[in-house]
Design a protein. Sequence first.
Length: 316
Amino acid sequence: MLELKEEEKRLVKDITLYLDSREQDEYRLVKHRFKCLEDLGNVISNYPSVRESNMLRGSLRDEQKLLKALCSFAQASHLLHIPSRVVLTRSYLVAKFQAFSLLSILVRDREEFAQSLRNIMYSIIHTLMIEEVYFSCLDDPGFAQDIKMRVADDLIALWDSGTDSRLVRHLPAFEDLWTARDNSPPAFGTMNGSSELLRITIDMGKDWQEFLMDQTTINETRWALEEFLFGLSYEEIAAIRTRLSKFGIAAVGHDEVRSFLDSRPSYDMVSGSDFRAIYNFYVDRRDAALFRERTNTPGPQHTLEEIYLKYRIIRE
């Protein structure tokens, strides 16, 4: 059954009781929105589990065949090869995010609800992001087949239950990453990234510190990290550094850095409290990385999130 978790149900109940005592129109709006979400979950649950086996015209379709299919198809063709329930479950996650986003707007002045709402929305956004990262792992020719099979199994677990053991383990690390970034906004300065890296490393957990110490000597990791820290594309960072060098400018300030660019910045400025923008920022960086890979141009060909998760998968 695709439904809210018990703690999510309790939160919705507490907020609806609060709204019922203060604003009837908003109370009815919330009741209707979550009834629609419940109905959507019930409809999706009527589709068979992705782990179920069935026969079609004498051909067995089971989990093992799905695993092999996921490891064989390119990312662009995944959509028409994955079960209908998977596509619908993703739609459910989007609808769930929007329902809880509505709650956050209606009770934005109530601190007792803020952290719980933030945790739920953050988890949904990163579940959607992790799915994208898993597909990136499946498309990586550098991954051994046995590792791809493990990643495909994680995807099936994610689709079947809404979570998987790897997501549970690494979700706190991704939250730490955004918290550290927000606590240490880029100073830009000489644009060499060393001060940002030092500040973010101090605020990170052990897993991230180990990753950064082990991987930041690798160009792609360093480039992907700079994109994440500065909120600029690899190409824009290179252009600003060239301008600093050409005109003998010692440092650039936060307010003027984007005036150094001749066109609209590739990525919108984003903080960890802007959940939709977190996802958009990831997608923009991923698309830029894919373009560099296809055109064989300099710069990171994977996002920082992809590089980190792949690093962990290989070592587990």
